[in-house]
Design a protein around this ligand. Sequence first.
Ligand SMILES: [Zn+2]
Length: 398
Amino acid sequence: MILSDVSDKYADVNDGMGPRWFDDLEISAQIVSIDGVGGVLANAGPTYYRTAELIPFAGQMNFDSADAQRLYDADVTNGTNKWYDTVLHEMIHVLGFGTMWKLQGLIANYGTAQAPDYRYTGTLGNQAYATEFPALYAADTQSGLGVPVESDTGSAGTDGGHWDEVTFDTELMTGFIDTTNSVSAMTLASLADLGYDVSYTLSSPPCFCAGTLIDTVDGAVPVEDLRSGCLIPTADHGIQTLRFVLMTRISSENGPIDPKHYPIRFRTGAFGLARQTQDLWVSPQHRMAVTAPNMMQMIGQNTVLIAAKDLLDLQKVQRRVPKHDILYFHLVFDHHVLIRAHGVWSESMYLQSQPPACAFVHGQSARTLVRKLRKAQKQQPFDMNNPTNFTQQTAQTA
Ligand SMILES: [Zn+2]
């Protein structure tokens, strides 16, 4: 969800632990008595924030003792996610959702103090409102004022700090938890408005499947066993320190998995003469390094990055129906780099703030190029993943 570090903060938060460094955000959680069964399930917010950026570095979540066990037990019995969703909802409040809006000037009241009519005014959140919820946006005669924010529950903890329940219903950051809840791009965009570096691609992220062996300085290591701090050779930036590993689970628990998440398998030989050691499984969005002897003449680049889903026209590349949950792992470095798995070079997780390791080619132009490469490959096999070409590229663009 959030990709980059925020600044470290040295502070004493009066919790008896003395002054210390806060790397990003420290959240304390406790179970307390709030209002008995039902009603308020939890509350949360920042306790201290960075005064320059207005981004929290410490916060507190309180869960109602009369509800916590009940929610958890119901989830275990019914297979719902209400407890998990409640915790995530509160964590997003600690990040500043609803709780830092006033301070950051991201909310306006078009009503009165007694009868408020709140709208969220952040630029990115409003763009997401228009693009992600076009029907709601079109039907909203006041859309120019901002995103509808909860205004009429009469509860100070709910009004002015959540998306409007009537409008957005099952969105996670409305004031009411539903049986199923989803995090919208609009919520992520609102975090970007607060100043976080946000990923919008959680629903279909570029990454490696569990079990993939990633080359490290200590040999090949399963991606799920990698930890931040691992040293990993790259094709374009020497040896790099792995900063963090993120995991996305695509679950089949609540119905069949959407085909757009199906993993893509590159069988040995998919990249022609490239030295692939065994089948490689990645997510559809994961970009592979692609080269050809005459690539420069074809498109003015020695190497391009093409998403796995755009490489399906190659021989030995297939979308596979998963038999169980899919675990996707994302590897984040200081740079967007090319790393090697099963002998094949492909990208690390790309952050908007990083220059891309190679030019991206996608959609129709990617598929046209891929068909040409496939034809060329049939006439005279070549290495479609040749690191010699990547180095030429780096030398040219450095
Ligand atoms: Zn809330």
